[in-house]
Design a binder for this molecule. Sequence first.
Ligand code: CAA
Length: 288
Amino acid sequence: MTTEKICRVGVVGAGQMGAGIAEVCARAQADVLVYESTRDLVAAGRARILSSLDRGVSSGKLTERERDQAVDRLTFTSDLGDFADRQLVCEAVVEDEAVKTAIFTQLDKIVVDPHAVLASNTSSIAIMKLGMATQNAARVIGLHFFNPVPVLPLVELVTTLMTAPEVTARAESFAHDVLGKQVIRSADRSGFVVNALLVPYLLSAIRMVESGFSTVEDIDKAMVLGCAHPMGPLKLADLVGLDTVKAIADKMYEEFEEPLYSPPPLLLRMVEAGRLGKKAGHGFYEYE
Ligand code: CAA
């Protein structure tokens, strides 16, 4: 049992989610080490975080001094071996089970502190599988953030049959007390609470486009104006990334064999075409 405060955080992956997680941790006074596999990806991840911090300044959410202090707390590496002294690591790489389990196997050997928390930001892969890729599944947990991470206040906390209560308490306290997020608990079931509800909705909107039921613009307009959602389902699918929506849907379908979770052909074709949404510049909409 340890009550040591978590000050040294590691984030594996600096894509949309990893960059957002690293940003909120640095803004919350943590020393944050961010891993990406190549120098180019490190540079892209760093630029992503700096641009979001600048956006925070321009929208009055933080001062220039707070932004500079957050930048000073961030360091970057392409060597996972540098994570040895981390007290909490959050993995946020591509939604691929083989890639994630390989990272957990490595992290387990690298991170020295037996009380350190090894967390995953997966949306759909069983946390138990990631735990079983290590020698100490008691320290493995799910901490699932929402995009854009600096803006959305929720974290889903996902414990497995083997997560230690002490690890759960540390992870929850970090998300709530340090990061200021609202925490809800979910069972270790593919999709957890949010995606179990959100993904069938996004897929239904894509099926509506596919069948000619309505247009992309009108479906989005319907949900923004008719239900006061901040954005419609097709713009949201673009924001999440269509490859990620497909990967989550595939995993949920594999777990439940529920037809509502089965990705429709239009989604498959768009992913095959590289029309992956906002990050690719093309999806259901065009982006600059
Ligand atoms: N740091 C701090 N604050 C920021 C910021 C940053 N980097 N960027 C934006 N903000 C703030 C803005 O200041 C603004 O605050 P106020 O409302 O107080 O003025 C607020 O965030 C909204 O920003 P914008 O006005 O620039 O943008 P917007 O009003 O067009 O909203 C949006 C954009 C936040 C993305 C909004 O449309 C939204 O919430 N959409 C839904 C997103 C959603 O559902 N995400 C969940 C996806 S599912 C997921 O992530 C998990 C998964 O597993 C798939």
